[in-house]
Design a protein around this ligand. Structure first.
Ligand SMILES: Nc1nc2c(c(=O)[nH]1)N[C@H]1C(S)=C(S)[C@@H](COP(=O)(O)OP(=O)(O)OC[C@H]3O[C@@H](n4cnc5c(=O)[nH]c(N)nc54)[C@H](O)[C@@H]3O)O[C@H]1N2
Ligand SMILES: Nc1nc2c(c(=O)[nH]1)N[C@H]1C(S)=C(S)[C@@H](COP(=O)(O)OP(=O)(O)OC[C@H]3O[C@@H](n4cnc5c(=O)[nH]c(N)nc54)[C@H](O)[C@@H]3O)O[C@H]1N2
Ligand SMILES: [Mo]
Length: 791
């Protein structure tokens, strides 16, 4: 049986499995960047965009939140392969016009792959699907805003509406959006962060009093040791490799901890240098620990135990700035090494070697991303990273600190601007004072709770400011059904994605300008501002003419929705904010802590850095006023016989749910995406051969739903035993909605317990004709027999 997407858009026979690469970037990266850029944008637009990307007077790359070097130290080409792909994807010359939507019904579009949908180009007009309609048709902006306002005002309570944000929205758009939503009367502001670094935000908030990185770029350059844990920088933060190279040249060592030996952890061929283009490049990791999935809590506690045993501790720091040390010390002293070696898949010698690197460094930077945040015990894992940093006094001194590497280019800024379903009290107080109304005080829904609310008929309206909710969220079929139950879905988007095809009774697509584009409003040309992973805020100005004269900016769209919904409620001056974004920034400067003088500071080349008490002065704004050691039991994920843990990851050719192409070059995969990476011995033990086609089934005790995803080709790979990997979002139907991290409610996308069956053994045929019920994920038919070990 073939998966529907691939049947239409590409042939599985094209899938090629080669050898994983032992280095990242190099000449191939340059060639691929230029090829993709030229294909999508042509010569002129390629020059107009790429030369301004990440320059002080240019625009901020929308691909990731990695910081830029100081203004005087930027290269003429300050971008990476995946940044170039992101720009090409947005600045493409292809257009999805009203004629395109007239030619293709929604059901027909839904038969295509995410990759194909993205290739149909930029949306040029606002579009509507009316109740009972089969196609999107054009709509005037004014009518679209009126429909939204009427729908929102007809709800029984503002809490029946959900306002999602993806982390690409600018600070200005985000601030205006949260203001609108709170003036409307709800804190239902879920965002992509709920599926991303939420575990980080919660853990750091509790441990050190602020949920953000405690380092500057200089700290990275000056570090003696950099730990890269649960992160694939070569693909997802490629410009980070230049910073790592510089740190290595300054004498840093690198410890990488990852089930996979990702190319970007091994060696970097910097395209900016001759040795990167023709030479050996720079070796990165000095030691690599191929940890089993979800083994990190045990590993970190073993580090703690050894550091305590060796007395490699900063007692002065511990005494002066922390609480809870003695309890933690006792806890790690009682460590059970059998549990540690079993859970991590590592030997005591390997762990001891790594702990020695920590012992021998007096300035360590700890970096992490989704490999640590998307497990059931992620909050505990990140608190344990913090414990290790605190034990050695590695916070608030040069060359040291915590560096959660953020995903979306402005996900951190959106939070700073108040996109948060659990807004802190001081933020609401400041909002009340500035705008003279009382914002709602009750917490709103996060992403998972939003899905539950729509599923259970408690929410009837969904608006997405960017993003691709149905593909990004867990449990695809549940999420799709929940969205379809709503009265209205609205998406502010640049390009077509699956979420547009999973419609409420009425569905609207409001097309927006992107980062690459000029933004002229009544008050003249505008710029926007963003915050990167190290709390640095700076301006961004798009160089290109917008993809269509019909497009408005996100600020324009949000303020017009606000006008249509709220009228002149509370005297909020939406037009003034829209005409000149400086008026939004003035509000920001008076509401958001650390943003005093925003307008002046953000206009400086390179912008300004937000305050961070632990980084700046070893002040810890926690409940106790000190940094807090946390004690967490090692809870081992139970894996039944004949099951493996599956992590769902990004290929080198995608941005989250946007699939640029079918080449995961560093892992040796070309021409397809439906693969599952497994250790050779697991393949044999499960009774399969390399190259076999399998279906994947989730083992989850929480409910009796059968979750499956079809047609994955087994690829023998260098991953620990019991630890499998496959791409996101194809595997999202397998992630149970209720399987979330304790404390942060983040879906457990990196530890899904699955079993494998020969393809087709248990599944009915894919529906021959796609219907409105079909989403681009796989369907399980109710009559389908369950695999024996699941029943
Ligand atoms: N080009 C590109 N850039 C991106 C993105 C993109 O899709 N494409 N996405 C952006 C976003 S929103 C984000 S959040 C970031 C994501 O950046 P990453 O977190 O690097 O992305 P993932 O592909 O999820 O990779 C997770 C890594 O963690 C490892 N890992 C998984 N489980 C474990 C574990 O239990 N322990 C340890 N130690 N390691 C583990 C995996 O092997 C993998 O290397 O990238 C951002 N940048
Ligand atoms: N299984 C699994 N699921 C995951 C993850 C995982 O690792 N595994 N990762 C999670 C993570 S870390 C994240 S951050 C989420 C991502 O979740 P989202 O942020 O919701 O998803 P994206 O794919 O980044 O959103 C892409 C869409 O944004 C729109 N877009 C692009 N540029 C713009 C713009 O400038 N303005 C507007 N308004 N729209 C724009 C386009 O229409 C595009 O289709 O997914 C999460 N889901
Ligand atoms: Mo993310």
């Amino acid at each position: 049986m073939r998966h529907r997407d691939e049947e239409l858009d590409y042939d599985e026979a094209d899938l090629e499995v080669g050898h994983p690469k032992d280095h990242a970037a190099g000449p191939t990266a340059v060639a691929v960047s230029m090829k993709r850029a030229l294909e999508q944008m042509g010569v002129v637009r390629t020059a107009e965009t790429l030369l301004r990307l990440n320059q002080a007077e240019g625009f901020d790359c929308m691909s990731c939140a990695w910081p830029d070097p100081d203004p005087g130290h930027r290269h003429a080409a300050e971008f990476c392969e995946n940044g170039a792909k992101a720009v090409a994807e947005e600045a493409t010359r292809v257009r999805a016009t009203p004629e395109f939507f007239a030619r293709h019904s929604i059901a027909e579009l839904d038969c295509h792959s995410e990759h194909w949908l993205g290739q149909q180009g930029r949306i040029t007009h606002p579009m509507v699907k009316r109740p009972g309609g089969t196609h999107y048709e054009p709509i005037e902006w004014d009518e679209a805003f009126t429909l939204i306002g009427e729908q929102l005002n007809a709800l029984d309570s503002p809490d029946e509406a959900i306002f999602y944000t993806s982390g690409r929205a600018s600070n200005e758009a985000a601030f205006a959006y949260q203001l609108f939503v709170r003036a409307f009367g709800t804190n239902n502001l879920p965002d992509c962060s709920n599926m991303c670094h939420e575990s980080t935000s919660i853990a750091l908030q509790e441990s050190i009093g602020i949920g953000k990185a405690s380092v500057t770029m200089d700290d990275v350059y000056q570090a003696k040791l950099i730990v890269l844990q649960g992160q694939n920088p070569g693909t997802n933060h490629p410009r980070m490799l230049s910073a790592l190279e510089k740190a290595k040249q300054n004498g840093a060592k690198i410890l990488s901890i990852n089930p996979l030996r990702e190319a970007g952890l091994v060696n970097f061929k910097n395209p900016q240098t001759p040795r990167g283009m023709v030479g050996h490049g720079t070796d990165l990791s000095d030691l690599h620990l191929p940890i089993a999935l979800n083994g990190d809590l045990a590993l970190l506690q073993a580090f703690g135990s050894l550091l305590v045993e060796w007395d490699a501790l900063d007692h002065e720091f511990i005494d002066r700035y922390t609480i809870g040390f003695e309890l933690w010390k006792q806890h790690v002293a009682d460590l059970d090494w059998d549990v540690v070696t079993r859970t991590t898949g590592l030997s005591r010698e390997q762990i001891t070697d790594a702990a020695r690197m920590l012992r021998d460094s007096d300035a360590t930077v700890f970096c992490w991303a989704m490999g640590l945040t998307q497990h059931h015990n992620s909050v505990a894992i990140i608190k344990e990273v913090t414990n290790i940093a605190l034990a050695q006094g590695n916070i608030g001194k040069p060359g040291a600190g915590l560096l959660p590497v953020r995903g979306h280019s402005n996900v951190q800024g959106d939070r700073t601007m108040g996109i948060w379903e659990r807004p802190p009290r001081h933020f609401l107080d400041a909002l009340a004072k500035e705008f003279d109304f009382d914002p709602p005080r009750e917490n709103g829904y996060d992403t998972v709770d939003s899905i539950r609310a729509m599923r259970d008929g408690k929410a009837h309206f969904f608006l997405g400011l960017g993003g691709n909710f149905v593909q990004a969220a867990p449990d695809t079929d549940v999420t799709a059904a929940a969205l379809r139950k709503t009265r209205m879905t609205v998406h502010v988007s640049t390009k077509i994605n699956r979420s547009h095809l999973v419609c409420g009774d009425t569905a609207l697509i409001l097309p927006t300008r992107g980062r690459t584009e000029q933004d002229v409003q009544a008050g003249g040309p505008q710029f926007i501002s963003v915050e990167d992973s190290v709390c640095s805020v700076h301006a961004s100005r798009g160089p290109l003419k917008p993809a269509s004269p019909q497009l408005d900016s996100e600020v324009g769209i949000v303020t017009r929705i606000a006008e249509a919904t709220l009228g002149d409620r509370y005297g909020l001056e939406w037009k003034k904010m829209r005409d000149d974004y400086a008026n939004i920034r003035l509000h920001i400067s008076r509401v958001v802590p650390g943003c005093e003088g925003y307008e002046v500071n953000v206009r400086k080349p390179g912008g300004f850095v937000l305050p961070h008490p632990p980084r700046d002065s070893r002040t810890f704004p926690t409940h106790s006023g000190r940094a807090e050691f946390a004690v967490s039991p090692i809870d081992v994920l139970q894996v039944p016989p004949r099951h493996v843990i599956l992590q769902t990851i990004r290929s080198h050719d995608q941005f989250n749910t946007t699939i640029y192409g079918l080449s995961d070059r560093y892992r040796g995969i070309e021409g397809g995406r439906r693969v599952i990476f497994l250790h050779r011995d697991d393949i044999a033990a499960l009774g399969f051969d390399d190259g076999d086609m399998v279906d994947l089934f989730t083992h989850w005790d929480g409910d009796d739903r059968v979750r499956c995803a079809h047609d994955f080709r087994i690829v023998e790979y260098d991953t620990p035993r019991g630890s499998a990997a496959a791409y996101y979002p194809e595997t999202n139907p397998l992630v149970p909605l209720d399987s979330t991290a304790t404390g942060s409610n983040c879906p457990t996308s990196k530890s899904v317990v699955v079993s494998l069956e020969h393809a087709g053994k248990y599944s009915a045929e894919c529906p021959p004709e796609a219907s409105q019920d079909a989403v681009g994920s796989d369907q399980v038919h109710k009559s389908q027999p369950q695999p024996e070990h699941l029943s």
